[in-house]
Design a protein around this ligand. Structure first.
Ligand code: SF4
Length: 373
């Protein structure tokens, strides 16, 4: 752990004049700010949608989803009126699906309880499902042009470095300090531009591994730069071992149709579709697990292993074996909720990420060989 001067918590002492930060950021933003689709609007619905999509997801990945989502749900009334399955289908591929379910719930609250108008305060917005303090701060600043602190990943990193905060930035103490600094640096005159400027600085200049300090408008103020520790901050989290979960998924086929079902709406990957799947028991081989699973479903037929992949989730890594089972026509599947999907439906079914990856990787039609041409 590094030793560096730390401002006291209750009355943050500043290593620079805090009033200098906003003008420098705004001047830089005028020529270096990013031109993003959600920057062309102050519509709280669109600002909210972008902020939710940007949680845990990069700008490049969000842009096409944001545009497609708005094409289907142009306003909060359209989103509130849509069935959850349609919202999940539009979200499929973006990950962290609880965001889509919360988005839908929040839209129904705004449409039903607020007459279609978004709350305009941080407290009002944080009462909506899926909206935390930082997201609410971004919406208040950007949509309503009122100063409110933001502490997303980019802003957090800028502040940690600006103040050379050397301890664990995820501790409760760090949380209090960072929110205090975010509040103290706010711009009262142009909150809308300031919020975007500090987020952009973190995203494009004060980047995680290699901050481009010579291009930074805050270089003369930045304490970690003065101390030469900017690349060592924020302090690294001690890596935790990631557990591996081993599963087998069945590609059960009858006359070109595949067995799939939607997962329950609540919980992990809620509302997304899946293949029949089972955890491998201790020492169990994938083909044995596939036979057990097929028998539980009332399917007969031998299994053939067709591939294995790994898929990373935030809290575990999935090792998935895919086994093809040619089932007998006319057989009944033991559990409810299963559907035999035609190949044409397969492409548009909102499968969760690991099963979509498995089908894309292993179900591709074989490339034509010279003998086929
Ligand atoms: S000077 Fe460097 S470390 Fe400091 S805020 Fe700017 S980019 Fe980040």
């Amino acid at each position: 752990m590094m030793n560096s001067p730390q401002p006291p918590v209750s009355s943050p002492g500043f290593p620079f004049d805090p009033a200098e930060v906003a003008p420098r950021l705004l001047a830089w933003y005028g020529s270096h700010g990013r031109d993003l689709p959600w920057r062309h609007t102050r519509d709280p619905y669109r600002v909210w949608l972008a902020e939710i999509m940007l949680q845990q997801t990069t700008v490049a990945a969000v842009i096409p989803y944001y545009q497609r989502f708005l094409g289907t749900f142009p306003d909060v009334a359209a989103l509130a009126a849509a069935p959850l399955e349609q919202v999940i289908a539009r979200w499929a591929g973006l990950g962290y699906y609880s965001r889509a379910r919360n988005l839908h719930r929040a839209a129904r609250v705004v449409a039903g309880d607020y007459g279609g108008r978004f709350p305009t305060t941080v407290d009002g917005l944080t009462a909506l499902p899926g909206v935390g303090r930082s997201t609410a701060g971004a919406i208040v600043s950007i949509a309503f042009d009122r100063p409110a602190p933001i502490l997303d990943g980019n802003v957090r990193r800028v502040l940690v470095r600006l103040f050379a905060y050397a301890d664990d930035p995820r501790s409760a103490l760090a949380e209090r300090r960072l929110w205090g600094w975010a509040e103290a640096l706010l711009c009262r005159e142009r909150p809308h531009a300031y919020a975007q400027a500090i987020m952009d600085l973190g995203a494009t200049v004060c980047t995680p591994r290699a901050p481009a300090c010579p291009e930074c408008p805050l270089i003369e103020l930045c304490l970690s730069r003065r101390q030469g520790v900017e690349r060592q901050l924020p302090a690294a989290r001690r890596p935790r071992p990631v557990p591996v979960r081993r599963q087998v998924a069945l590609l059960a086929e009858v006359e070109g149709h595949y067995l799939l079902r939607p997962r329950p709406a609540e919980g992990f990957l809620g509302g997304l579709w899946e293949l029949p799947v089972a955890d491998l028991r201790d020492g169990e081989l994938p083909l044995a697990a596939a036979r057990r699973l097929a028998a539980e479903l009332g399917l007969s037929g031998n299994g053939v292993a067709i591939g294995r992949l790994k898929h990373a989730y935030s809290h575990f890594t999935l090792q998935l074996d895919l086994v093809r089972v040619q089932a007998r026509p006319g057989g009944r599947v033991a559990d409810d909720g299963w559907h035999w999907q035609a190949p044409a439906q397969l492409a548009t079914t909102p499968l969760h990420g690991a099963h979509r990856k498995a089908l894309d990787r292993f179900l591709r039609p074989a490339a034509p060989t010279p003998a086929d041409e």
